[in-house]
Design a protein around this ligand. Structure first.
Ligand code: ADP
Length: 275
């Protein structure tokens, strides 16, 4: 619901490669659908860790004599609380996105800068997992500084940082130690493109169109272990739509995934009218 697949393309190198572009055209209609399902989904997702914590507390009480068991339960309670807290944070972000009226006045956003900040915020987790993050910014592009227009879009800086961060976070979470996540910013055809590619587990062709759905997870166990909520990509999709852009994914199981976020380039004539 709310997701329109605008193109599926098979790459020349192998039939497993699939490109799916997801674009939102009728924002009003989409918001209506989103609101309808959201409350039901949210209460379900919140209940799961809350019941787990309650159950663990009860069991821990029964096992009070056994220090090893107590420690194990305590660790699981910590994990469930972290998940709960991540969920609440992302739900707040999503509802802020959905509430168009409360949106900040659009400002010029330097995507190079936003990417650097997003990568900075992910660095610690990446180091912990042994995954290397590399960046190539638009201003470092082949054309040289004089030829490259600044990679600026018109919108909400925090949201752009969040979107890129979610993509980089995923690249790190769904990859093994010793691999690399590459983030490349370019300006192509009046658009700023952020491409995040990993060498991770990839996404099967049959699931690739669903990953942008709220709370959708291919492997809930793995996603939970890495602190995933199933909301990250739906936030990316919303940020893209809010900025008049789009997000696509191209993946090959066992080889990796590439997510592309495209946002309209800020042009000089956009200045002043704030739209
Ligand atoms: P989560 O919080 O679970 O990561 P997302 O909305 O960010 O939720 O992603 C939805 C699902 O898509 C994930 O649970 C995972 O199964 C899959 N996914 C997302 N990004 C990647 C990636 N880079 N590589 C492999 N699978 C991914």
């Amino acid at each position: 619901a709310g997701v329109l697949v605008v193109g599926v393309r098979v790459a020349p190198l192998g039939s497993l490669h699939v490109l799916v572009l997801v674009e939102d055209r009728t924002q009003a209609k989409r918001l209506e659908e989103v609101r309808r399902d959201f409350v039901a989904n949210v209460s379900h997702e919140l209940k799961t860790p809350v019941s787990a914590i309650a159950l663990l507390a009860e069991t821990m009480d029964d096992a009070a004599e056994d220090p090893t068991a107590v420690r194990r339960f305590a660790q699981r309670m910590t994990r469930e609380s972290q998940r709960l807290s991540a969920l609440v944070q992302e739900i707040v972000q999503l509802s802020r996105l959905q509430d168009a009226d409360s949106r900040h006045q659009p400002v010029p956003v330097d995507v190079d800068e936003a990417v650097l900040e997003a990568v900075d915020r992910t660095r610690l987790v990446a180091d912990g997992r042994g995954v290397r993050i590399t960046t190539r910014l638009a201003r470092e592009g082949d054309g040289g500084p004089g030829d490259t227009p600044p990679a600026e879009v018109w919108g909400d800086r925090e949201l752009v940082v969040t979107a890129v961060r979610n993509l980089v976070d995923n690249g790190v979470s769904y990859s093994d130690a010793g691999t690399r996540v590459a983030v490349v910013v370019t300006v192509v055809d009046e658009r700023v493109e952020v491409v995040v590619s990993d060498q991770g587990i990839g996404i099967p062709e049959s699931e690739v169109g669903r990953v942008f759905e709220r709370f959708y997870r291919l492997d809930p166990a793995r996603s939970r272990a890495t602190g995933g909520t199933g909301l990250g990509l739906s936030i990316v999709k919303h940020v893209a739509a809010t900025h008049g852009g789009e997000v696509g994914v191209w993946s090959s199981p066992g080889e990796g995934s590439t997510f592309t976020l495209r946002l309209p380039l800020r042009r000089a004539e956009d200045d002043g009218d704030g739209t």
